[in-house]
Design a protein around this ligand. Structure first.
Ligand SMILES: [Zn+2]
Length: 211
């Protein structure tokens, strides 16, 4: 699948799964020094490959007649400092709830390790600005996900599929935490408990074949 076809595929899925509404949210995927990004002002389930512009990593338009997403500077800032090859940004409900009420998402489930443990909330800045890009980049350091204060979430990955799955996981973790707060006081996993999970994952049980 071409980079632009991938944007159409995951754009559709993002809408289907309720991770974005209207023209909110944007995706990008990188190959070499080129980045295919979703266009500004087009709903993610209405994309066609031709509607998705291609920019280079320094932000020059290379191909396409549409304007790249207003959040493209944030995507490019992430590519500049990480080895990610895809970025997914949404205004998903539970992610945005956490991003508007807290300064971080604590690890209440061991699956949070897949995102780097604690997910930080990047300081608020106006959408599309270099300031927001810098804040997101700082919150993402060493992690696969960040939340953006009063805005939404962002995840990265080595492929668009993996960045997209990270967004689904981030939303699920936020939902578990927010719903947990409505029921009681969610227990937060300790560093020792998380280290034990890493240890366990590295040493899976052996099932020797019956002789
Ligand atoms: Zn946004």
């Amino acid at each position: 699948m071409s980079l632009r076809e991938q944007l159409c595929e995951y754009g559709r899925r993002a809408v289907e799964l309720g991770l974005v509404i209207g023209t909110s949210g944007n995706l990008s995927v990188r190959q070499g020094d080129l980045v295919a990004v979703t266009p500004s002002g087009v709903a993610l389930d209405r994309l066609t490959p031709e509607l998705c512009p291609i920019v280079d990593v320094s932000g020059h338009l290379v191909e396409g007649d549409t304007q790249p997403s207003s959040e493209t500077p944030m995507h490019l800032a992430v590519y500049e400092t990480t080895d990610a090859l895809a970025v997914v940004h949404t205004h998903s409900v539970f992610g945005t709830v956490v991003a508007t009420t807290m300064t971080e998402l604590p690890p209440v489930h061991y699956n949070a390790l897949a995102l780097g443990g604690v997910v930080k909330v990047a300081e608020y800045a106006t959408y599309g600005t270099p300031e927001l890009a810098a804040n997101v980049r700082a919150a993402l350091e060493g992690k696969q996900a960040a939340l953006m204060a009063n805005h939404g979430g962002v995840t990265i990955g080595p492929t668009l599929e993996q960045a997209f799955e990270a967004t689904r996981l981030l939303e699920w973790l936020c939902e578990v935490y927010v719903r947990g707060l409505g029921v009681g006081k969610p227990a937060i996993l300790t560093d020792d408990q998380l280290a034990a999970v890493v240890e366990r994952a590295q040493n899976p049980p052996a099932f020797p074949r019956r002789p």
